[in-house]
Design a protein around this ligand. Structure first.
Ligand code: ISJ
Length: 259
């Protein structure tokens, strides 16, 4: 996929290859986070006395990182969406002119707040080293969280590219479903259960392979760092359903923007 070449972005096979590649990034990000405890103090609002800031240490850290990364043009890329869209900065580098692939409302479809909440509530308990915290690891923990959140956000909002590719390959079918506001019909049209099963099975294998020291492969009990079943569960319960939601929400508005 090359965002300068729209025809490569609209090819569903290429989009799916990118999603497979992102599995690696997500599994490794979870493995990095698994070194640390749940660390509740970084997710508790105003737990630290942060000057001029109302929020959690995670929010503050994420905002500072986004402000820096916006200046190196991270959010000009069509596959990156900030958690703090109102507070990012413009870059001193020349603007990038990506040819538009997605509909014009695409940036406003942003479910990052929801991703952040479910990450803290549901994902951390499954991937962290256990309940509790070590005061010397607050920064390291949050750094891993930012990685996990950015990669989850990219994966889930990639649903827009999936949706655009599907819309273009079956425009008539989707146009009818959209006009009828037939959400169940749209869900049905975008679901590929066999592919989902393949993804879940591959994740268990990746979780085992990436989380285990390869030199321990032949020992009695090689320990994986994040339970591969939990990785599959996180995909099944949250990542895939949210990707689908992005697809549906993107498609429901798709006729506003007939290009
Ligand atoms: C992303 C797609 O759409 C749906 C969501 C999937 C996912 O989030 O992994 C997989 C298959 C489809 O049910 C796709 O078709 O590739």
């Amino acid at each position: 996929m090359d965002f300068m070449k729209p025809e490569t972005v609209l090819e569903l096979t290429n989009v799916r290859d990118a999603l497979v590649r992102m599995e690696d990034t997500i599994v490794f990000a979870f493995i990095e986070r698994s070194q640390f405890f749940s660390t509740p103090s970084v997710y508790t609002k105003n737990n630290f006395d942060i000057p001029d800031f109302d929020g959690t240490f995670l929010d503050w850290s994420l905002l500072q990182i986004e402000r820096t990364q916006s200046q190196i043009r991270r959010y000009e890329s069509p596959d990156e969406l900030p958690f703090f869209p109102e507070q990012i900065l413009s870059s001193f580098l020349p603007p990038l002119e990506y040819p538009p692939v997605l509909a014009s409302y695409s940036d406003s479809l942003n479910i990052n707040d929801e991703i952040k909440d479910l990450y803290v509530l549901n994902i951390i308990p499954l991937i962290s080293a256990g309940e509790g915290e070590q005061p010397e690891n607050l920064g390291s923990t949050v750094f891993c969280d930012v990685d996990c959140l950015q990669t989850l956000s990219r994966r889930i909002h990639f649903g827009k590219f999936v949706a655009e590719a599907k819309f273009r390959s079956e425009t008539e079918r989707f146009t009818k479903l959209i006009i009828d506001r037939d959400v169940a019909g749209i869900e049905d049209a975008i679901t590929n259960s066999a592919l989902e099963q393949t993804i879940l099975q591959r994740l268990v294998k990746k979780g085992n392979a990436y989380g285990t020291d390869p030199t321990l492969k032949y020992s009695q009990n090689p320990q994986s760092k994040v339970s591969p079943e939990f990785i599959a569960k996180i995909y099944k319960d949250w990542i895939i359903p949210l990707t689908m939601r992005v697809e549906v929400e993107y498609l429901l508005r798709r006729l506003e923007d007939e290009k």
